[in-house]
Ligand binder design. Structure first.
Ligand code: IMP
Ligand code: MG
Length: 187
């Protein structure tokens, strides 16, 4: 007999259901469709791996012409600003010079990762560079950094699901919830 395991057991609270997330992503897509209505050369740059569920849902609702590219960056945040480093683990496939680039990210917390990625991409001379993130944890900011469009603003707390991971797991949860720290050893 199959034992049904409930994937809500990983979280203490569900803060956004799948329905709420999809409705919000449709709003973000609307914004993109208007913002880039005149764009001749739009590239979405998804930051792997957290962008996957968000980007997969987002592009279903995009009506403007675009291509997809990806990066993997790993960030290490030290105790001082100067010790923050972002390493490019996987770089872009396309040349983005003179193109409209839209970074697609799962969550912005301190803002350090996105700030560094923005600097790296601006060095490649895109026509424009903007950022959308599904979740904006504004309370976590350590630097002055704003995204162009976000889905949900959240309070402090470690979230999992819909791309957000703990120890590279739980990205598959179809909702976003507050991780139950007592389950850490089970992952
Ligand atoms: P930042 O440089 O602090 O903005 O880092 C953002 C990155 O930290 C995101 O891309 C996530 O990988 C990770 N992160 C920040 N907050 C959370 C969270 O609540 N759950 C899962 N990952 C998070
Ligand atoms: Mg990430």
């Amino acid at each position: 007999m199959n034992k049904k395991i409930d994937n809500t057991r990983w979280v203490t609270d569900i803060i956004f259901t799948e329905e709420e997330i999809i409705a919000k992503i449709k709003e973000i897509a609307e914004w993109i469709n208007i913002e880039y209505a005149e764009s001749k050369n739009l590239v979405f740059v998804g930051l792997l791996k957290g962008c996957i569920p968000f980007l997969a849902e987002l592009i279903k609702h995009i009506t403007v012409s675009h291509s997809l590219d990806f990066m993997i960056v790993s960030s290490y945040h030290g105790n001082t600003k100067s010790s923050d480093t972002v390493k490019v683990v996987l770089d872009l496939d396309e040349n983005i010079a003179d193109k409209d680039v839209l970074i697609v990210e799962d969550i912005v917390d301190s803002g350090i990762t996105l700030k560094k990625v923005s600097e790296i991409l601006l060095n490649k001379n895109p026509k424009s560079l903007k950022i959308v993130t599904l979740i904006d944890k504004k309370v976590g900011r350590k630097i002055n950094f704003e995204v162009n469009k976000y889905g949900f603003e959240v309070p402090e707390g470690f979230l999992v699901g819909y791309g957000l991971d703990v120890k590279e797991k739980l990205r598959n949860l179809p909702f976003i919830g507050i991780f139950d720290q007592s389950k850490l050893d089970e992952l």
